[in-house]
Structures are given as C-alpha cells and as structure tokens.
Design a protein around this ligand. Sequence first.
Ligand code: PMV
Length: 331
Amino acid sequence: MTKYTASALAHSNIALVKYWGKRDSRLNLPAVGSISLTLDALRTKTTVTFSKEIGTDFFRINGKSVSPAQFDRLTRFVDIVRKKFDNNLRIEVESENNFPTGAGLASSASGFAALTEAIDNALSLGLSAREKSVWARQGSGSAARSVFGGIVEMHHGISFDGKDDYAEQLFDENYWDLRLLVLVTSEAKKTIGSTEGMNRTSLTSPYFQIWTESSEVDLAEMRSALRDKDFQKLGEISERSCLKMHGLAMSADPGILYWNAATVRLIHKIRALRTSGIPAFFTIDAGPQVKVLCLPDSIEGLFNEFRSEPGVKKVIQSKLGSGTHTLRKNQ
Ligand code: PMV
C-alpha cells in the first residue's frame, strides 16, 4: 500500500516587532506586520505519513497524543490542505520539540512551519517558500516567519483572502551575528493562548487602533536599524514593541498578564546591566520567559550572570537559525 511520508525540521522564532491581533480570525490574518529572528537553538522535527491504511488522523507531540483542543486545531489545518489539493488521505504526525511546548517559546511557530514543510514534501506539492509561509500562517501567525532563516518580516495584507499576508526573508542568518539568551522562568503551559488573548484584546482594548498605527513606525525603524546594523536602535525598538504589546494585552477586559515575578525582576536586571555598559535588551512573547538580545562579545558574561539568577530555571543560548528544510522523504 502506498505511503506518502516525509520528515522536516523548523526553528522557532522571536519577534523583535511584535504581532498581536488579527484582521480576520477565520483565515488567521494578522492586523499588524512583524519582524523576527529565527532561532537556531529551538527546533521542531516532524514526520508525517499519509496513507489509505490510516483510519483516523493521529498526532503525537513529544511522544504523547495531543489534547482534544490541539487535535481540532491540527485537523482543521490539515483539512485546509486536503481540500485545496483534493486529497482525502488520513495523516499520522510525530513531532518533537527540543524545548518546552506551549510555554511562550513559539512552539506553534516551529510546529506549523515543520508540518507545512513535511506535508509539502510528502505529497510533492511543490510549494514555493512564500506559499509555504501562507499555508503555515493558517496554523499559527508566527509560523509563517519560521519558514525562513535569519531575519524575517511578516506582512499584513489587505486582500480579503489573505494572499498578501506572507512572510519573507529580510537578511539571511549570516548577515549579522546576533545572539539571544532564553531565560526560562516557568515550563508550565500558558493559561491564555495567543489566539484567545488576541481576540479578547482586539475586541476590548481601548488602545487597539493606536497599536496598529504605531506598529508601522516600529517596522520602518526596525528595517533601518537592521540595514545599518545599529544594535542599540534594534534593542530600543524591540523593548518598545514588547512593552507596547504587553501593555495592550493588559488593557484588554479582563486584562491579560503573561508575566510572573521573575519576568519583572529580569526586565529590571537587564536595564541595570545596560546602565553599567553591557549592551543587552529584552523581549518577551505571550508567556513569562525573557529573551535577552545581545552580541557575541557579551553572551558568555550574560550567560554566567543569569545562570545563577533566582527564578531562572534554564538558560538557552541561540544564534540565528536557518529556514525549514526536509530531512527525509520516502514513498
Ligand atoms: O503565532 P501566534 O498565534 O502564536 O502568535 C504569536 C504572538 C507573539 O509571539 C506574542 C508575538 C509574535 O509576533 O510572535
């Protein structure tokens, strides 16, 4: 019996200019653009198999069957592909993350990017990188960016069908040796997922319109900081976008607060280190983990500084990573 199978690898990413809010929830179209770094140290490996012998869809993440909510989200995603490519084969998916899942480390970004890449190869769909980003976006907005390596921009489009909501690479992973430390303060799953958080924010925050307008300024300034390799500017815009995103989420009703006490302590610590002359900046996604942006000369010192910091459970060092790629294909 014919099996269509392939394995793919994708890296997670961290946004410097954040995405928060959707212009269309059904198609998962972002209300704002975003710019991110693809992270070498945070990886998802996914194997997919389509076959007539498979009776029902089956998904396993890190050796465990997924929850009913994850099952619905994943089946919805695969159904879009099945419908578009007129395929009614069931799928088996095995996915492994080398970092905590669903804890604000963008496992959905690397997860949906790896799934898209593996499906594309298993079924020989021949999607271009841009098409893959459009597909991955339908699983998770940030997944569109993980299709590419290095420094990536996600565009928010205006078309009703989302054809112009895609990501593209601004610079590859060798353009600038940027480094990042992930300070894990909790490995628990977040209580409010980003989709629910975004929907609540766009419906109830009095600041939502201002956020979308000011994001354009952040994107333009970030592009120019990247062009000039101006690390100070890159860091300032990243902190500004991060605090604005979290301030926005806090202004929803009821307010959404992703931070814990260690997150706040670390923000102060990073700013104090900067005052003492160490170029380090923070950014934080929808969770309590703090990411420290830095350059190669300071990463070792910062690693030692944070390793023994109370409230920090683990420190992960990362460079910029590559885009998605196929590891193996069998038919
Ligand atoms: O891709 P999602 O739906 O998990 O949303 C990602 C949202 C943030 O990580 C908080 C910001 C971003 O741009 O990645």
